[in-house]
Design a protein around this ligand. Structure first.
Ligand code: NAD
Ligand code: IPM
Ligand code: MN
Length: 361
């Protein structure tokens, strides 16, 4: 019996997690796995219910779980709060507390969605990349941080800091991942300006010596952002720090056609995995049953692979998603601006994936 903690969160979080849970239950049953679910608030929902973006009880429940499935946090109701009390802090605390330093964000093209991206199909065909983002360090967590009044002027500061141990362990995740793929790592940095990036280059080179079968390229982050839309096929594994990975993964989402398609897994040393879509709480479409649940459903596939030791269930879930898209079903986000094809809602997309999963038995 594997314990799964559900943290739906805010905005479209509860809508997409509800669909992903149904798929998780069905695919687990098919592969003879039994799961026990618990649900707790996080983010804005937790601020409303408990006065803080995550409670120690929820952190304790997460530590007692095999895996955590999270929707999204944040929204305009809490945007006025200081960083330390915002919904996003709940998510950051969860990642840090569980030691989830390795964030895997795969972006590949579903053939049926080749026409759904704003990028040209001939540029996209065959794109299959993996962003390996460092998740528990860097400018997100560095001290000192905060705001102050200095000589009568408001001042704010954040600190980007990494030590060699943090860099080496995320680099190893990237090289190990590359061994199961096309054996190519692009390390993305800003070493022409930042000392932190210079240390990254040095330590990544040291780690690379242990992987002579994997090709390594160092790429400046600004030109990487350009190359991601010019020629995304050149990338296999992208290894980068917390902030650059956050930004580049949303950009990479556009090779899949929509941010609503990009899943993620966050892993560490403790054996617990956190699975969440890359997108946020999408307050502009929350509560309307129009969100695309596929990023969260594909995160469930990653959970089967990385936490539940059920690769066959991961294949089944991805196959069901592929088939539903091949049949032409689309949520609104998968249409190009101006396109008028008929669309389906979040719940209906969940229904179709479940139906396909059932047929695959
Ligand atoms: P967002 O990712 O929520 O939305 C960006 C755009 O993409 C919006 O137009 C939204 O409607 C669309 N979109 C996102 N997911 C979609 C889906 N599944 N289906 C269809 N359309 C989708 O980013 P934002 O609007 O910049 O941020 C909103 C809030 O979400 C902020 O409070 C932010 O801090 C938070 N956020 C949370 C997470 C997380 O919990 N992991 C990630 C990113 C942003
Ligand atoms: C993400 C999100 C988070 C991040 C926010 C909500 C803290 O943007 O998971 O990509 O910046 O890591
Ligand atoms: Mn982000």
């Amino acid at each position: 019996m594997d314990r799964i903690l559900l943290l739906p969160g805010d905005g479209i979080g509860p809508e997409v997690v509800a669909e992903a849970r149904r798929v998780l239950e069905a695919a687990a049953a098919q592969s003879g796995r039994s799961l026990a679910f618990e649900e707790r608030p996080i983010g804005g929902a937790s601020i409303e219910a408990c006065g803080e973006p995550i409670t120690s009880e929820v952190l304790e429940r997460a530590r007692a779980s095999r895996a955590v499935l999270l929707g999204a946090v944040g929204g305009p109701s809490w945007d006025h709060l200081p960083p330390d009390r915002r919904p996003e802090k709940g998510l950051l605390r969860l990642r840090k507390d569980l030691g989830l330093y390795a964030n895997l964000r795969p972006a590949s093209v579903f053939p049926a969605l080749l026409g759904a991206s704003t990028l040209r199909p001939e540029v996209l065909e065959g794109v299959d990349l993996l962003v390996v983002r460092e998740l528990t360090g860097g400018i997100y967590f560095g001290e000192p941080r905060g705001t102050a009044l200095v000589d009568g002027r408001r001042e704010a500061r954040n600190t980007m800091v990494y030590d060699e141990v943090e860099i080496a362990r995320i680099a190893r995740v990237a090289f190990e991942s590359a061994r199961g793929r096309r054996r190519h790592v692009t390390h993305v940095h800003k070493a022409n300006v930042l000392e932190v990036s210079q240390l990254f280059v040095t330590v990544v080179d040291e780690v690379a010596r242990g992987y002579p079968d994997v090709e390594l390229v160092h790429q400046l982050v600004d030109s990487c952002a350009m190359l991601l839309v010019r020629d995304p096929r050149r990338f296999d594994v992208i290894l980068t720090s917390n902030l650059f990975g956050d930004i580049l993964s949303d950009e990479a989402a556009m090779v899949t056609g929509s941010l609503g398609m990009l899943p993620s897994a966050s892993l560490g040393e403790g054996g617990i995995g956190l699975y969440e879509p890359v997108h946020g709480s999408a307050p502009d479409i929350a509560g309307k049953d129009v969100a695309n649940p596929l990023a969260t459903i594909l995160s469930v596939a990653m959970m089967f692979e990385h936490s539940l030791d059920a690769p066959e269930a991961a294949v089944a879930v991805r196959g069901a998603v592929d088939a539903v898209l091949a049949d032409g079903h689309r949520t609104e986000d998968l249409l190009l601006p101006g396109e008028t094809t008929e669309t389906i809602g979040c719940r209906a997309m969940g229904d179709l994936v479940l139906e396909r999963l059932g047929r695959a038995r």
